[in-house]
Design a protein around this ligand. Structure first.
Ligand code: FE
Length: 347
């Protein structure tokens, strides 16, 4: 081989490896705030050789960033927590609807976006969490709060602790209630809850659970994984808090407990679309689904995935009935809900 031939072959090699390097990259914007997810990303890279670059921010921060970056955005995959946020981003045109038989087969239709005009799907629910009621076991019993409606009952004046009404977890719960009860009854229910508050809304779900354990509140609302996390904590103080509270899955004898999703989507201006779809398909695979259950105490969405999480089992007592309304409808109600919250003074 002459010197010039060698240079040509080195140049070719470099060109090929640069292309391969570009092909083996995935840029994720993630609002999942759960440290246990690290293993998910590294397992994907191990299996596919695709390197992940991740930007972590809260949901609002990610949406603002995507809008500011526009077509120049490097984002390939967006992971968001909550149906209200997913719906908002879909409406704002931040997602690229994609077709994937793997995802369509794995994820129930009620837990993903409605089909887009091109037949693709804008976002997919990847794990679920229930919004449940926790109560002071010394003061109350399960049957006191076996429906969300009872949180507004006058006999519980001064007992209720709940995070801000405008937080997406609550916007989605209230949006679901609007589907079940209609707007008028939902607004009366929200007003009743404001009248029952032990304190003005503050803090996250974990703070509400702690409020019940300390006696400041008699009853509170939380996502299941916050309670499961405390039950499984290595910190005895967390375990003690979890032991003081009882838990109810409301509306078991009517429409079922409100369930929300964390989900994923391909970004509107994704450059690595194939890798993005591959990643979402990976998140719907049994091993990743199992991780959602065991790592962050969520429920898998994929059909037929078995998992073993003692805290989730203890909380539910085995299984529970969840509501069946399409999660996309819940997101759509959020503007209406925000107006109701303003009218009844739910901060
Ligand atoms: Fe959360």
């Amino acid at each position: 081989m002459t010197l010039s031939q060698s240079l040509v072959s080195i140049a070719c090699f470099l060109a090929v490896s640069t292309t391969m390097a570009q092909d083996k990259v995935l840029n994720i914007y993630s609002a999942r705030h759960y440290p246990t997810d690290e293993a998910l990303y590294s397992d994907f890279t191990k299996a596919t050789g695709i390197k992940i670059n991740r930007v972590d921010a809260d949901d609002a921060g990610i949406l603002a960033r995507l809008k500011a970056e526009g077509a120049a955005s490097p984002a390939d995959v967006i992971l968001l927590v909550d149906a209200a946020r997913l719906w908002r981003a879909e409406i704002d045109g931040l997602f690229l609807p994609v077709k994937s038989k793997v995802l369509d087969d794995a994820i129930p239709a009620t837990l993903r976006a409605k089909p887009a005009d091109n037949g693709g799907t804008a976002w997919f629910g990847l794990s679920t969490r229930a919004r449940v009621v926790v109560f002071d076991k010394l003061k109350f019993k399960k049957s006191d709060f076996d429906s969300y409606e009872k949180l507004a009952a006058p006999q519980f004046k001064g007992q209720l602790c709940i995070r801000s009404g405008s937080h997406p977890y609550n916007l989605s719960l209230f949006g679901a209630m609007t589907e079940h009860l209609g707007a008028e009854k939902t607004e009366a229910w929200l007003k009743g809850m404001v009248g029952n508050m032990a304190r003005s809304p503050k803090g996250g779900d974990t703070d509400q659970i702690k409020g019940v354990a300390s006696g400041e509140c008699g009853v509170a609302v939380t996502n299941t994984y916050y309670l499961a996390r405390m039950m499984r904590s290595s910190n005895p103080a967390d375990k003690a808090v979890a032991e003081k509270v009882g838990v109810v899955f409301p509306n078991q004898s009517s429409w079922g407990t409100h369930v929300n999703v964390a989900g994923g989507a391909v970004a509107r201006h994704a450059k690595n679309t194939d890798n993005a779809v591959k990643f979402l398909e990976y998140l719907a695979s049994p091993s990743a689904q199992n991780h959602f259950a065991n790592g962050n105490n969520e429920w898998p969405v994929a059909k037929g995935v078995s998992f073993d999480n003692p805290a989730l089992k203890a909380i539910t007592g085995g299984s529970f009935k969840s509501e069946l309304i399409p999660i996309s409808a819940v997101g759509m109600n959020q503007i209406k809900v925000q107006q109701m919250l303003d009218r009844v003074g739910f901060k």
